[in-house]
Design a binder for this molecule. Structure first.
Ligand SMILES: [Fe+2]
Ligand SMILES: [Fe+2]
Length: 135
């Protein structure tokens, strides 16, 4: 069973970004599925680190795109990315060192920050970039 489903409400109306967000959801779901089926710690770590790497790639992609088009809210958006990255890295390190397992809180956290960030922060650049011809 998947943890989260993509819905059009999450669309920022830019195909490449929507695809990247979908891939992030897929990775979160993969992590959840691996945990639910009792996969070992190494496998969970691999998926978790893939998720983190892809998150960083995605954040850089967005930041470059916003920078290229002189998006006025870029500074606060970058700050939000930095905070999210630090939070998720903190969880990852705690998990890796065995301090915590992969409890539900991590998933709700990932889910909340992803969904909240996409629908609260990412969506704001949609109309701006669309007006610049990005779609
Ligand atoms: Fe995003
Ligand atoms: Fe973002």
């Amino acid at each position: 069973m998947s943890l989260m489903k993509w819905s059009n409400e999450l669309s920022v109306n830019i195909i490449e970004i929507d695809n990247q967000h979908k891939k992030l959801l897929d990775l979160i779901n993969a992590l959840h599925a691996a945990m639910s089926s009792g996969k070992g710690k190494e496998i969970l770590e691999d998926i978790f680190s893939e998720l983190i790497e892809y998150t960083k790639t995605h954040f850089s992609f967005e930041e470059n795109l916003m920078g290229k088009h002189n998006y006025s809210d870029i500074a606060s958006h970058k700050m939000a990315h930095k905070k999210l990255t630090e939070q998720v890295m903190g969880f990852y390190n705690e998990f890796k060192s065995g301090k915590i397992g992969l409890p539900v809180i991590i998933f709700s956290f990932l889910k909340d920050w992803l969904i909240t960030h996409i629908s609260g922060t990412d969506k704001k650049y949609g109309p701006f970039l669309n007006a610049k011809g990005v779609s």
